[in-house]
Design a protein around this ligand. Sequence first.
Ligand SMILES: [Zn+2]
Length: 86
Amino acid sequence: MTTTAPDTRRWQFLDDYCPQCNPLGHNADSRVRLASLTEPTEVRRSGSTGAVCRYVCTLCGHTWTRSDLWTAQSAGLDTKQPKEAA
Ligand SMILES: [Zn+2]
């Protein structure tokens, strides 16, 4: 098994806390934070600079989306545009 697939995207920097399991967010105990930390199952672009992340909690099954948490740039969606003549 090789794990060097270059197309594997890691979204761990886009994670969020499950609001059901961890309503306190980053103020919660570190163990609670780790347990409730969820990686997005889907990341979509929102507008020109925003990003919408969809999450499914592995603990309670709660699904939620965040559109205010990450930007397209932080999500890696803001790929450099090729220079185009105006
Ligand atoms: Zn949960």
